[in-house]
Design a protein around this ligand. Structure first.
Ligand SMILES: C[S@@+](CC[C@H](N)C(=O)[O-])C[C@H]1O[C@@H](n2cnc3c(N)ncnc32)[C@H](O)[C@@H]1O
Length: 297
């Protein structure tokens, strides 16, 4: 069962990056943050047992998960999660440093999964989606955001012969481990992973410096919010949100907390609580908890 890491997909490592301050705080992205929140509020089930935010980073969106009894913030970068923990504390939060391809959550562990601004770093989308499908209960919700290549600006660039065609189905790696996706291609991969896309929103249509400088922020947010659903079929905006429902499976309820984890090395589940971390009865490996973060990678 263990993954041969030589064949594993490439992973972007945010390491000890200061994503919070480099990209968000004081960086003029209040509009992007606000319109993503509009979409999430509209599409996320308000209440639930357990939610996982995959690629949660420093927990930017954690305040939106108030209706959930437990919230797992999972990211490849342990320092990002430590930053999150410093701001959010423990309480309902569980911090897990892990790789989506070697997902350490047990089968049917969560009723809701959120993945925002992460798919654009994913080289092997089917492998990632298979894991999302496995950890969700039947009828569970996946809220997935991805970078849309078939947006208005790209179409205009193409018509002016200044860019490649945005109409082809395949992902474009425009920088190392940075991908733009065709919405139809993403939907097909979701269907193959036993998801059904129920709702769609086209988000961040006014992501342009000249607009953000000239038009009041509250107007841009209100207009974006009003257009997200109406324009979803034409996908004019650079960011796309899908609400997808897990169709088949046998697990109908999220697991108890004790049965939450699975060994990313050998696939045995559940892991057992042990001094200093979690023990795998399958392969004997001890996965440590360091500074409040489970290190399962
Ligand atoms: C652009 S940040 C987005 C953070 C957060 N979702 C947000 O919207 O503020 C992308 C995050 O995805 C994480 N990530 C990328 N590849 C991953 C992988 N294979 N497994 C787990 N996390 C991954 C990175 O560590 C990073 O924190």
């Amino acid at each position: 069962m263990s993954t041969d890491r030589r064949d594993a997909p490439r992973i972007i490592d945010y390491g000890a990056s200061t994503y919070r301050t480099d990209f968000w705080q004081g960086q003029g992205r209040e509009y992007e943050d606000a319109v993503e929140r509009v979409a999430i509020r509209a599409m996320l089930p308000r209440k639930g047992e357990r939610l996982v935010d995959i690629g949660a980073g420093f927990g930017r969106l954690a305040d939106l998960y108030e209706g959930y009894r437990e919230v797992i913030l999972l990211d490849y970068s342990a320092p990002e999660l430590e930053d999150a923990r410093q701001h959010l504390g423990d309480g309902r939060y569980i911090y897990v440093a892990a790789d989506i391809y070697r997902m350490p959550l047990a089968t049917g562990a969560v009723d809701t999964a959120v993945m925002v601004r992460v798919l654009h770093h994913i080289a092997d989308v089917p492998a990632a989606m298979a894991q999302l499908s496995r950890i969700l209960v039947t009828g569970g919700t996946l809220l997935l955001e991805f970078a849309n290549k078939r947006h208005l600006k790209n179409i205009v660039r193409f018509l002016l012969r200044r860019g490649a065609s945005p109409f082809g189905p395949y992902p474009v790696e425009f920088a190392p481990l940075h991908y733009d996706f065709h919405p139809g291609w993403v939907e097909k991969r979701l269907t193959e992973a036993t998801f059904h896309v129920e709702r769609r929103r086209s988000v961040s249509l006014f992501r342009a410096g000249f607009l953000k400088q000239r038009v009041p922020l509250s107007w841009l947010i209100a207009l974006d919010g009003a257009l997200q659903r109406l324009t979803a079929a034409f996908t004019p905006a650079p960011s796309m949100f899908f609400q997808a429902i897990r169709q088949q499976g046998t697990v109908a309820r999220p697991l108890e907390r004790a049965a939450l984890f699975r060994c990313p090395d050998c696939g045995h589940e559940p892991l057992e609580a042990a001094s200093g971390g979690l023990l795998c009865a399958g392969c004997g490996r001890l996965w440590p908890q360091v500074n409040g973060v489970y290190i399962l990678k």
